[in-house]
Design a binder for this molecule. Structure first.
Ligand code: GLG
Length: 831
């Protein structure tokens, strides 16, 4: 643990010191006080939850202390502030991370030990806020961590979903969804701010009138009114005084409206309206489903964006600057298209509510926003049916039309003879029933567009946003994703973190490039030994967790081959399975074959409406059932599905991996961030040239990466050339045997129908080119097995992977956003 300035040494004892001091003794006292005064308990009768709450409040007090000082510093200095607008955040459990940021893990452990309590047991009790689906929400959380650590003034804006991502149970091999209950015991980390609330109007119609100065004015006669209330969560920087703000909005009924109904004698109606209002922030939409018709989803997006912009305007008003300078105060990032309605909403607020003229407002708007694209999948590029949009946001539709009219007028001057191109560029898709294309609105309404890995950014500019790239090549930038080394190394893998600190000093925790110093130790036998020890400890811990949870006995000495991420056909968990079944066939035919023992682990949720992904989960469990019971496998092959994959589970999975499966069809995964977390924890990657894999391979060196398969251009050509998967099936006996075994019902108690949809798709269309990559993948897995047989070689590769992963810190990513897109600088908060 790096040395920190502890207020116990520098601040004279006084009321403040005892309230927020960082020594074990003050922590112990504060914990007991909170147990008593907040929970109303004494140690002998306290429950796990009482202890968790008391400790969390103890830590929160210490955060609030810094939080207040951060706000004071920002108020005095009035710096440009980043506003990250994101419909999703996946922060993971707060308590341990906050202990780490404050530098009080050891002191807290000691304080609790003095009371006969175990810190880890208390940490384990926390229910994480699952306010996101996967990579996109987790990236937002990593970015919040890095912004605070780099001392950048920032606010994260989003939605306080009452029900986050569903919990996953596995019953009879199938995914079963149950509702998330993260708020059940209350949430000690948030502060509700009833005073910070905004009205959000929807529906109705507009009236255009001329005011007494002859100016055209628009009145929006809305049909419905909601209120958003702020819930604030502190986000502490690591090893610095900065504590930034994550402000999530909860929807409530606007009281005055209820009151009118109540006065009309309809008390029940008024309450019903309240219930209906609250549904806006009730539940997170699972991804992978077409949202386009979902009114509630559009309401959610508009709701949080409107509250956030009104909040920014309120803050701006305190600076006394003229409104036309709004963009000098705020840099707002649109995290995917979900918050893109912000472009029209800021125009509405500036023009309709604050009386700016259009050009001034447009200038401020364009310089405020920038847009991050996270996917090329056409089904994920949001567009809203025009009738729905008009019904919910009639005024915004007028504004979008006006933005579009001005934009297309320009474009017609530029491309006078190219109406097809104008139609392609238009923010409105004219195909009936007509749609509003949100990615186009984001591209026109901001000053920068970025992809999340080099390959992704290239494809963005040459495919889905090509027409925009033609007009504004300079607007396009690449910002390769990164991950926070605090949560995903220091917290998740304390043994490895200690080893790194011993070898390199603790500077790597805030400057991950310093890991490069490990290169010189890659061949050192003593260091290699300790490296393997550290890995083995994490593998044993995961094995123990799985044994306790599901009764699965797995051998920590075996090769842990792990694929953990959302279940999706493009991510190809079923390609991994084809390899597993191939290994199974080989062992069945040659039971004495010299095959290194391997445990293949899967984790991940399928969108509830995505039948094929759910069938893949069933197949994983079905294969596991047969393989794990077969005496011929003699512990050389095991298959395990880790249920309910979330940030907490992920923290125990990444450090335990030997092999990281990053095997998506090239051109499909925008970046991936799990790939970075595995590699940073010393796993070797088997992967395609997709997303950030390309850059990871460049960084760690091709010798330290197991590459296979078609690249993105080859994948396009393969499809264009009339791809016939069936021919590949016929030609490759091992592939045929694996597919036949699945098709014949071997893993389904003889039921040949169960996996038929999956097999038919592979043999008929195979959109994700599994069969095209199968042989290269299986051969590559054989090279993995060879490397694994030589522990010195494997460990050397693992050390070099970690040594060269520094570039993939979210600190680097955020520093690039600050420099190239946001134009913001640190504002140091003094201790
Ligand atoms: C996306 C992509 C991932 C990407 C993540 C963060 O699918 O490839 O790493 O965003 O940029 N929807 C996602 O999870």
């Amino acid at each position: 643990m790096p040395a920190r300035k502890q207020s116990s040494g520098t601040v004279p004892p006084g009321p403040e010191h005892t309230r927020t001091g960082l020594s074990a003794e003050t922590l112990r006292q504060a914990f007991l006080d909170n147990l008593f005064y907040i929970q109303g308990r004494f140690p002998e009768i306290a429950t796990d939850d009482d202890r968790y709450q008391a400790l969390s409040y103890t830590v929160r007090d210490r955060l609030l202390h810094r939080w207040v000082r951060t706000i004071q510093a920002y108020k005095e200095r009035d710096p440009r502030t980043v506003c990250y607008l994101s419909a999703e955040y996946l922060p993971g459990p707060h308590l341990a991370n906050n202990l780490l940021s404050l530098g009080i893990v050891d002191a807290t452990r000691e304080a609790l030990r003095g009371l006969g309590l175990d810190l880890d047991a208390i940490l384990d009790h926390e229910e994480e806020p699952g306010l996101g689906n996967g990579g996109l929400g987790r990236l937002a959380a990593c970015f919040m961590d890095s912004l605070a650590t780099l001392e950048i003034p920032a606010i994260g804006y989003g939605i306080r979903y009452e029900y986050g991502i569903f919990d996953q149970k596995i019953q009879d091999g199938w995914q079963v969804e149950t509702s998330d209950t993260w708020l059940h015991y209350g949430n000690p980390w948030e502060v509700r701010r009833p005073g910070i609330c905004y009205d959000v109007r929807i529906g109705g119609r507009t009236e255009h009138v001329t005011d007494e100065h002859g100016r055209l004015r628009v009145h929006w006669r809305h049909a419905d009114l909601f209120r958003g209330v702020a819930y604030d969560t502190p986000v502490a920087g690591y090893g610095v005084e900065t504590v930034n703000l994550l402000r999530l909005w909860r929807a409530e009924a606007a009281e005055d409206f209820d009151f009118t109904v109540f006065n009309q004698g309809d008390y029940v109606g008024a309450v019903m309206r309240k219930v209906r209002s609250e549904t806006i922030s009730k539940v997170l939409y699972p991804n992978d489903e077409a949202d386009s018709g979902k009114r509630l989803r559009l309401l959610q997006q508009y709701f949080f964006v409107s509250c956030s912009l009104q909040d920014m305007l309120r803050i701006f008003a305190t600076t006394g600057r003229p409104l036309a300078e709004f963009h000098a105060k705020f840099a707002a990032q649109l995290n995917d298209t979900h918050p893109t309605i912000a472009v029209a909403e800021l125009m509405r607020l500036l023009v309709d509510e604050h009386g700016l003229d259009w050009d001034e407002a447009w200038q401020a708007t364009r310089h405020t926003f920038a847009y991050t694209n996270h996917t090329l999948l056409p089904e994920a590029l949001e567009k809203w049916p025009l009738p729905l949009f008009a019904d919910v946001l009639p005024r915004h539709l007028e504004i979008v039309y006006e933005i579009n009219r001005r934009f297309l007028d320009d474009m017609r001057l530029r491309y006078p003879d190219d109406p097809a191109r104008i139609a392609r560029l238009s923010i409105i898709d004219e195909t009936p029933p007509k749609y509003v294309r949100m990615a186009h609105l984001a591209s026109v309404g901001g000053h920068a567009i970025n992809g999340v890995a080099a390959l992704h950014t290239r494809l963005l500019g040459t495919t889905v946003l090509k027409d925009f790239h033609d007009i504004w090549p300079d607007k396009f930038q690449n910002k390769t994703n990164g991950v926070t080394p605090r949560r995903f190394l220091m917290l998740a893998n304390p043994g490895l973190a200690d080893l790194l600190t011993e070898a390199l000093g603790d500077g790597w925790t805030r400057d991950l490039e310093r890991l490069r110093g490990l290169e010189g130790l890659a061949d050192d036998p003593a260091f290699q030994d300790r490296w393997r020890q550290a890995k083995l400890i994490r593998k044993a811990a995961l094995a123990e967790r799985l044994r306790a949870g599901q009764g699965n006995a797995i051998d920590p000495a075996s090769l842990f081959d792990i694929q953990a991420k959302r279940i999706h056909e493009y991510k190809r968990q079923h390609l991994n399975l084809l390899h597993v079944v191939t290994l199974y066939n080989r062992l069945k035919h040659a039971p004495d074959a010299d095959v290194p023992a391997r445990t293949v682990l899967f984790g991940g949720k399928a969108a509830p409406g995505y039948a094929m992904a759910k069938l893949i989960i069933k197949l994983i469990n079905a294969v596991a059932e047969v393989v794990n019971r077969d005496p011929d496998m003699r512990d050389r092959l095991k298959v395990v599905f880790v249920p309910d994959y979330n940030v907490k589970v992920a923290q125990s999975v990444y450090p335990a991996a030997d092999l990281s499966e990053q095997i998506s069809t090239a051109g499909m995964e925008a970046s991936g961030t799990g790939n970075m977390k595995f590699s940073l924890n010393g796993a070797l990657t088997i992967g395609t040239l997709d997303g950030a894999n390309v850059e990871i391979r460049e960084a760690v060196g091709p010798d330290n990466f197991f590459l296979f398969g078609l690249d993105a251009d080859e994948a396009v050509r393969t499809r264009a050339a009339g791809y016939r998967p069936y021919a590949l099936y016929e030609r490759d006996p091992e592939l045929r045997a694996a597919v036949d075994l699945i098709a014949g019902g071997h893993f389904a108690h003889g039921d040949a129908g169960l996996f038929r949809p999956l097999v038919d798709h592979l043999l008929g269309r195979d959109d994700y080119l599994l069969l095209a990559d199968y042989r290269a993948y299986v051969d590559c897995q054989d090279r993995v097995a060879d490397a694994w047989r030589d522990p010195a070689r494997w460990t050397r590769m693992a050390i070099l992977n970690v040594a060269r992963m520094g570039r993939f810190s979210s600190d680097r990513a955020i520093a690039e956003y600050c420099r190239d897109i946001w134009n913001v600088a640190p504002a140091r908060v003094d201790g």
